[in-house]
Design a protein around this ligand. Structure first.
Ligand code: NAG
Ligand code: NAG
Ligand code: NAG
Ligand code: NAG
Length: 417
């Protein structure tokens, strides 16, 4: 341009100036036009989210989240995990133990002789919204052609048993296919709906090599459990882990931890757990298509093993916030942080607190150990043999599944069904 300015003005120069002026005008015009369109779509987003605020999923609305009116909308969003227990003999239990012949001895408290039944009759009521009554037929309709997998430790097996019973009890037994022979893999299918619900036992989600003799068992923090190959392509996945990581002493199931071919005698629980969770998160982000698959992570299931909250003989709920949290909060923190950082949206089944009230709902001595019902002698020693970790069925895990179902149905941000 400097060069041009010292040259005499010629026709070519005038022409090019005119051309640039015209070009600039067109550019400015189209820019402002694009800008208008952006404002418009932002406004449309806003009105859509207020119309659907009650059923909005927990996903972050980026960019516009600062907007004041949107913040109000977000505040009104209902947290179905915030609520209270209501005694309800009309609709609870949602099925009878006798309608679920494959219910295991471990959690079939009624068949095992537990004398009180009130623990079966509590309904969870969120504070800020109503959740529809459970309808198993409707749930099967929604799960038509879908494969659900529940993966984790024995508490997730507890949840699988609950979901399989909820669905089994609304169909004719001849229209169901059930395989419960193994504790490691369980299978339920409703033939008329081509819908299956499976359980995969994998308490760490990462791989535990426990085939060598005790003394050389290795927990591989950077390798997924071998069964992960079979998890792929499920439509709905429900994971949990945590409980087995904090086991120490006699209950500890590994002798070494391995990370990137480095063998370690031990590591702080939090550090090991964080590595394991990262391995899981990476696997999900690289093996799951979020358009097809909805991923859930169930939060820690609380135990009642201490003081006046020891589950034995309990028939009443804890009705205030006086529950004792036994599980390390740092583990919960690591789960929540890991999930937030993932590319795949993971729905958090945040059942810890609502379960914390339920010191009445564990099997205690009405259970089995190593596949055998407790003997009368063992039942007299609840300190040694009572189970205050798992949950009677029908019972609390039915509510977890009811909330799982609600999160699926209420998710209108993507069409899952
Ligand atoms: C459950 O849902 C099915 C199918 O939508 C419907 O036909 C039935 O009446 C419902 N049952 C109850 C008790 O609401
Ligand atoms: C049944 O569902 C599976 C997925 O779970 C699907 O692959 C298969 O094609 C379905 N079969 C029919 C007959 O719809
Ligand atoms: C539990 O209840 C039974 C029957 O009421 C009673 O005999 C027993 O002493 C109670 N046990 C404890 C540990 O409270
Ligand atoms: C889960 O619920 C607890 C209390 O019920 C709450 O403090 C926590 O923030 C919730 N976590 C998430 C990730 O929503």
């Amino acid at each position: 341009m400097e060069k041009n300015s010292i040259l005499p003005v010629n026709k070519q120069w005038i022409f090019s100036t005119l051309a640039s002026f015209l070009g600039c005008s067109i550019l400015i015009f189209s820019l402002s036009h694009v800008c208008d369109r952006q404002t418009l779509s932002a406004l449309q987003d806003l009105s859509t989210s207020s119309a659907t605020s009650r059923v909005e999923s927990s996903r972050q609305v980026d960019g516009v989240a600062e907007d004041e009116s949107l913040q109000k909308v977000t505040k009104r969003k209902c947290d179905i995990f915030d609520g209270k227990w209501v005694y309800d003999t009309n609709t609870y239990p949602l099925y009878k133990a006798s309608q679920c012949p494959f219910l295991s001895d471990q959690v079939n408290c009624r068949r095992n002789g537990r004398p009180d039944f009130d623990y079966e009759r509590w309904r969870w009521e969120p504070l800020e919204c109503e959740i529809p009554r459970f309808n198993g037929t409707e749930m099967l309709e929604r799960l038509r052609g879908k494969r659900v997998i529940i993966v984790g430790d024995s508490i997730n097996r507890n949840q699988w048993e609950s979901l399989a019973c909820l669905l089994y009890s609304v169909i004719s037994p001849s229209r169901a296919e059930v395989k419960v022979g193994s504790g490691v893999h369980k299978f339920f299918r409703a033939k008329d709906y081509n819908c299956s619900v499976e359980f995969y036992w994998s308490p760490f989600l990462v791989q535990l090599d426990d085939t060598p003799v005790k003394g050389s068992r290795v927990l591989k923090l950077d390798t997924m459990a071998a069964s992960a190959r079979q998890w792929r392509r499920a439509d709905i996945m429900v994971f949990n882990t945590g409980h087995w990581w904090v086991h120490r002493g006699k209950l500890q199931t590994w002798d070494f931890l391995q990370y990137k071919s480095k063998l370690m005698k031990d590591l702080e629980v939090d550090a090991a757990f964080e590595m394991g969770m990262k391995t899981w998160a990476h696997w999900i982000d690289h093996n799951i298509n979020p358009i097809k698959t909805t991923v859930f992570f169930r939060s820690i299931s609380p135990e009642h093993k201490l003081g006046n909250q020891w589950c034995h003989n309990q028939t009443q709920l804890i009705m205030d916030e006086s529950y004792i949290e036994l599980f390390p909060r740092s583990i919960t923190g690591i789960v929540e942080k890991t999930i937030q950082k993932m590319r795949t949206p993971v729905k958090y089944l945040n059942i810890t607190r609502l379960s914390q009230y339920r010191k009445d709902a564990h099997p205690t001595v009405y259970t089995s150990k190593q596949g055998k019902l407790l003997t009368d002698e063992q039942r007299k020693q609840p300190q040694l043999y009572g189970d205050c970790s798992h949950w009677c069925l029908p019972g609390l895990p039915d509510t977890w599944n009811l909330l799982l179902y609600n999160l699926l149905v209420l998710d209108n941000s993507r069409k899952i069904f």
